[in-house]
Design a protein. Structure first.
Length: 329
């Protein structure tokens, strides 16, 4: 591999476990990833999802940072329309003050949940319309050049926490280019616009105080195992779990029911979400990621691994590191 590798940790609550177990698993993963030489780990803001525990993203980052030494940690991302920019500046300014040089702040404009939960968050459905202005307001707080006279982030001002624009459409690409920020594309679950978005971002990029040249992080699913057959079985199981997440509505499906749904028109959406997936033995995974790096015009890859147990996720990341990261990192 010729680009850095990072991890998107969805803080999965495995079957039969609790949110507390999920946090312990995230810490174990972060400590192992630090040893293996991964660049960063990001945690995504989701709400009202019984299998994902990363709703309070900044709190989880603080917990992991306190028990690791060097790996970068951040949000991938904070759904900014759910929050006041000043609040996020204070939260991530606090993290950067406590753990200098290790904190990232990825920003998205999606709700990270459904319409009913959006209302519970006290978010208006038009909140995303002000996303570009909110990003700039947040940037002003973190740089110490506030756009609102008399309002400053404490902590936060002058910390210059690096911002990343997250997206799965052309909107985010255009915004990241206009503001001169790094761009992270969610191709691990929304692959359709990947190449067009990255092309537009690179073409229209304007240098900024944070970034002189365009920088693209592309998401990709990875399941590595000792054998191709084992990896493919874990991938099939992960697709069944996604069926439950998207269609279950408080119920689970048998393997046979999930497979039937996957063959339906609605299930094709689940298959399409996993279009960019490196599944196989270490050599097969490495070869796929080499291809995907060029296909995505990526400067960095961020890997999502959704398997049923912490042990299988750790093993996948270990095998990937063995084959794709420089020896002795």
């Amino acid at each position: 591999m010729t680009v850095p590798l990072s991890i998107l940790d969805l803080a999965i609550i495995d079957e039969g476990e609790t949110a507390r177990d999920s946090f312990a698993s995230s810490l174990a993963l972060a400590q192992e990833a630090e040893k293996l030489g991964y660049t960063r780990i990001w945690y995504a803001e989701h709400h009202n999802m019984p299998t994902i525990a990363s709703s309070a993203t900044s709190v989880l980052i603080g917990y992991i940072a306190a028990h690791t030494q060097s790996i970068r940690l951040g949000a991938g991302g904070v759904m900014l329309p759910n929050h006041a920019p000043l609040t996020i500046a204070e939260q991530f300014g606090t993290l950067e003050t406590l753990f200098p040089g290790r904190i990232d702040l990825g920003l998205g404009r999606a709700p990270g949940t459904d319409q009913k939960t959006l209302h519970a968050l006290r978010r208006d459905h038009m909140s995303s319309d002000s996303f570009p202005q909110d990003v700039q307001e947040l940037q002003g707080y973190l740089s110490g050049n506030t756009l609102i006279p008399g309002i400053n982030a404490t902590p936060g001002a002058g910390t210059n926490v690096p911002l990343y624009i997250l997206g799965s459409s052309l909107f985010g690409a255009k915004l990241a280019a206009a503001l001169g920020l790094p761009y992270s594309f969610a191709s691990h679950f929304a692959p359709q616009a990947l190449q067009d978005a990255v092309t537009i971002y690179r073409r229209d990029f304007k240098p900024s105080a944070q970034l002189a040249e365009p920088y693209v992080i592309a998401g990709v699913n990875v399941i590595a195992a000792e054998t191709t057959e084992e990896a493919q079985q874990m991938f099939a199981d992960s697709q069944r779990r996604r069926v439950t997440q998207l269609f279950g509505r408080d119920r689970t499906f048998t393997d046979e029911e999930a497979d039937a749904i996957l063959q339906s028109p609605g299930g094709q959406q689940v298959k399409q979400m996993g279009r960019y997936s490196a599944v196989g033995n270490p050599g097969e995974v490495r070869d796929y990621l080499d291809w995907f790096t060029g296909h995505a015009q990526a400067d960095e890859l961020i890997v999502a691994t959704q398997t049923a147990t912490l042990e299988s996720r750790l093993r996948s990341f270990q095998l990937l590191a063995d084959t794709a990261l420089p020896a002795g990192v």
